[in-house]
Design a protein around this ligand. Structure first.
Ligand SMILES: Nc1ncnc2c1ncn2[C@@H]1O[C@H](COP(=O)(O)OP(=O)(O)OP(=O)(O)O)[C@@H](O)[C@H]1O
Length: 346
């Protein structure tokens, strides 16, 4: 299939991932309970753009990335890469999927094997995917990869072991290893959260530069909505397994609609915003994903919850071009929404 410039690099529709809960008691009772880690998540990743997936710990962000990368089988939903739906779970087509969609993980120390050199880490994907045919070509490709992540002179790094490098250098190696597979999509799961604050911006700028120069489509997973605003064209906000708001990053941060997005922003370490809405900041803990709340999953924490929020999951409401939310406060069909609640939000 030919790929027009309009064809998204990756498109996911209605992703669902339920993990079985293996507890002895449950097995004895015969109840097949599951963790509803991801429910009905759709997203589009475009070449040359960064999309941020933001949410607190346990909201399902990493599970979305692992589904997109083919590391977990889907419970439901579809993934299309370059316009073609991925169906294979093994074999040549599956290997092509995992080559085209690469991940960079949070922990650079844990994601590299301490007994192998940097040269080994970079040549392995080249060999696995048949991308360098001779020793000379392999060597030239590894040098180019190191140069792409600004580790120069490259020869100085090839024979080193992971323990000889800093966290920032290791994360650059992990990025180079992902690039070795010549991917179209890069999934960066909290790529800077384990690094010293002083080097985070350098890694984010490196990733932003690679997105532009290589035309990659990137999903940037983070807890930090402020970095999403800086780094991503589009931001998606995830809560308890569902994406509850999405839009152009600047617009979403300036005009957050969903009470959960407002909570995230009020909690962000920004002196202009900190403590703006104490009512929201006191709003409790995320729910269990084994028995998630009926209706809107945020309703037990939401200061604006109405009756309908407790029983029915809200659909999508578009607020401005490209900016949408899933919240009954904005839905024309929620006749019961109180004017007072709406006023409070504006
Ligand atoms: N392999 C698994 N088996 C069972 N439950 C899982 C598995 N992986 C994730 N979960 C559960 O799925 C939910 C979502 O987890 P996930 O790691 O995707 O969240 P997250 O938003 O990435 O969190 P964090 O930011 O802490 O990494 C959590 O309740 C988690 O315990």
């Amino acid at each position: 299939m030919t790929m027009s410039s309009e064809t998204p690099a990756l498109e996911a529709q209605g992703l669902v991932k339920h993990f079985p809960v293996h507890r002895i008691r449950q097995r004895l009772r015969g109840r097949g309970e599951v963790v509803h880690a991801v429910d009905d998540v759709s997203l589009t990743l475009r070449s040359g753009e960064v999309t941020a997936l933001v949410g607190e710990s346990g909201s399902g962000k990493s599970t979305v990335a692992r589904l997109l990368a083919g590391l977990y089988p889907l419970t439901d939903g579809t993934i299309a890469i370059g316009g073609a739906t991925v169906r294979a779970t093994r074999g040549r087509l599956f290997r092509e999927h995992v080559r085209r969609v690469q991940m960079v993980f949070q922990d650079p120390f844990g994601s590299l094997n301490p007994v192998h050199t940097i040269a080994y880490h970079l040549t392995r994907p080249l060999k696995v995917h048949g991308l360098a045919k001779s020793r000379a070509a392999t060597r030239a490709a590894t040098v180019e990869l190191l140069e792409q992540v600004n580790l120069t002179p490259a020869e100085q790094y090839l024979a080193k072991y992971p323990h000889e490098l800093s966290g920032g250098q290791l994360q650059r190696i992990a990025i180079a290893r992902a690039l070795a597979a010549e991917p179209e999509v890069l999934l960066a799961d909290e790529p800077v959260s384990m690094l010293d604050v002083s080097i985070r911006l350098g890694i984010l700028n490196l990733l932003a530069g690679l997105v532009k120069s290589l035309g990659l489509a990137m999903l940037y997973i983070t807890h930090d909505i402020a970095s999403a605003r800086y780094f991503a064209t589009t931001t998606l906000v995830m809560y308890a397994g569902r994406v509850i708001e999405g839009g152009p990053s600047e617009e979403l941060v300036r005009n957050p609609a969903h009470p959960y997005t407002q909570l995230l922003l009020a909690s962000a370490p920004d002196p202009d915003r900190a403590g703006r809405d104490p009512e929201l900041l006191d709003a409790g803990e995320p729910p269990s994903l084994v028995n998630p709340p009926e209706g809107c999953r945020f309703h037990p924490r939401c200061p604006h919850a109405m009756d309908i929020c407790r029983t029915e999951a809200p659909g999508t409401t578009e607020l401005r071009p490209g900016h949408w939310t899933r919240c009954w406060l904005y839905s024309a069909s929620a006749e019961t929404s109180s004017a007072a609640s709406k006023e409070h939000l504006t």
